[in-house]
Design a protein around this ligand. Structure first.
Ligand SMILES: *Cc1c(COP(=O)(O)O)cnc(C)c1O
Length: 222
């Protein structure tokens, strides 16, 4: 199957749902990204800062670049001029650095709070307690160049539907709790980024608004 066919298949699946497709382009050469763009994809996800920064000037300006992998604060400066959304906000330090670097360009960067929902302890993310402490802090109230637009999570890599769906449900409950308590009047806080090639159907069933799909579109990463 070609990249274009695969993207068309995903778009057809998402038609009539509230969810959008993040095409995960990490490790793939620029020609594959151009194919995806030609097929209509506009949201691209990368997990390495240098790779995203190298690809960004090669594609049209209306691509929304999403950082989906862990982001070190000392690398924020390489993406602050163009990144649309950082999906992997997992610390107060990172949030403050994003604000500082975005201010230099007079921009507002969207951010998702990443939560630890998987059983595997290798996957990073905040706990609800940590996120609430952050949202209640005076520092957070002062930020003008980062706009929180939702939450993100990575489920356990497992064929166990009940387990994986339970984790997605937990993320959705976290979203709803935060929405009601801190963002009730903020229309922009609306994203639940969950679901990858192996589990996006379960994520959609649990209310995902952004699925992040790589290998189901491009084949496996070499
Ligand atoms: C690589 C990656 C994806 C896409 O994974 P696939 O299994 O190739 O669809 C999604 N989310 C994150 C955070 C990733 O790092």
């Amino acid at each position: 199957m070609s990249v274009a066919t695969n993207i068309a298949t995903f778009e057809a699946k998402l038609a009539g749902t509230a969810a959008r497709l993040v095409v995960v382009t990490k490790t793939h050469p620029i020609e594959r990204l151009r194919e995806a763009y030609a097929a209509g994809a506009r949201i691209f996800g990368e997990n390495r800062v240098q790779e995203m920064a190298a690809k960004q000037p090669e594609l049209p300006a209306d691509v929304e670049w999403h950082q989906i992998g862990q982001l070190q604060t000392n690398k924020v400066k390489y993406l602050a001029s163009f990144v649309h959304t950082v999906e992997s906000i997992d610390s107060r330090r990172l949030l403050l650095e994003l604000d500082k670097q975005a201010a230099k360009y007079g921009r507002v960067i969207n951010g998702l709070l990443q939560f630890h929902i998987a059983q595997e302890d290798t996957k990073t993310g905040l706990t609800l307690t940590e996120a609430e402490a952050l949202l209640q802090s005076a520092e957070y109230q002062m930020l003008r160049h980062v706009r929180l637009t939702g939450v993100m999570g990575i489920a356990t890599h497992s064929p166990d539907e009940a387990l994986v769906r339970g984790e997605f449900r937990q993320l959705r409950q976290i979203f709803e709790h935060l929405k009601a308590k801190y963002f009730a009047d903020k229309e922009d806080f609306r994203e639940i980024s969950m679901g990858m090639s192996a589990d996006y159907e379960w994520a959609l069933a649990e209310g995902s608004t952004l699925i992040r799909v790589g290998s189901a579109i491009f084949g496996s990463r070499g």
